[in-house]
Design a protein around this ligand. Sequence first.
Ligand code: NI
Length: 407
Amino acid sequence: MSQPVSGATEAARASDFLAAARDILPWMIEIRRDLHQHPELGLEEFRTASRIQGLLDEIGIVHVDGLAGTGVLGLLRGTAEGRTVALRADIDALPLEDAKETSYRSQVPGKMHACGHDVHTAVLLGAARILAGMTERFRGTVKLIFQPAEETVGGAKMLIEEGVLENPAVEAIFGLHVDPGLDVGRFGIRYGQRNASSDNVHLTIHGRSGHGAYPTSGVDAIVIAAQVVTALQSVVSRNVDARQSAVVSFGTIQGGTQRNILAERVELVGTVRSLDQTTRELVLNRVRECAEGIAAGMGGHAEVEIDPSYDPLVNNDAMVEVVRESARALAGDENIFVIPRANMGVEDFAYYVSKVPGAFFSLGVRNEAEGVVHPVHNNRFDIDERSMAFGAAIQVLNALSVLDSPR
Ligand code: NI
């Protein structure tokens, strides 16, 4: 069972799985459209979780419920002991008004599956159904992770704390994301760094109030804040190695009460993004040192609060290679897009791949001829639903590649 399969065998096997996924495509579409009409925000995915549980019951897959509240873990065992592989889908929606005019548009005002997590869920159920029909053909365990709150608090971290990667220990993990920039039938892969880390920075600049006509009577927190903002713009250009990437952005600044009173206090809130832990620590240290040093040098002081948000997502190259082989067998080399640059957005799949080897990749869902071109987080976002067959088939192949590989 674990001897390497030849390219021809692999392609034959892949076309069987694609055919199986196409057979159940109407079922996946129905699930996706139901979830699409009933979007739920992070940690509130109760209806979604109960649908997933019901569908796993229907397929005959045992599951653990209530992880971090709304997470569901399906467990599928082959004929004998073996490796353990995990497949993950995020299940939460976004606070956005659905502006599409389709029969399956959101029925919940102000909430929408605008990031395709409904698709990820339906695709994982599709892969689960195919794998459940062939347990006699593999050994080991497939864990199906239905994860809440990707968009908000990083549900991945919570599920890991609840032990989804243990008992049995996960040896490899795969996750996918819909990509409306990539045509249906294509896959996007990226070796190494894929998504940035993010940290929230809250600066409070303290001065001393005084009359605006007599500036020596106080310490002007607004003038200090102006110097601090300007200086922090040089952290990326002067402190970060030019071959690395980072962003320092402040989105809000607030302070002062009246035109002729020196401001006593100014608050700034911003975000720091970087692609690796070394750069991340460097930037955060420099933000702290510059803000504190400049404020002190000007007679005030700065309080710097850094609230670590998501870790950078760094793919394991061997696992990316597994995805590449699966994509090649399914769709051919010409349909594999090697993503040239990492993305400064975040993705909480990062937490899984910081613990176990894994790969996060993109599923093409674009169909320009049918107007399916809107980006994620847009109120007209939609997909070409045929993409779901490719998604389910590639996850089946990824899982089997790991289970079939010799220990
Ligand atoms: Ni997303």
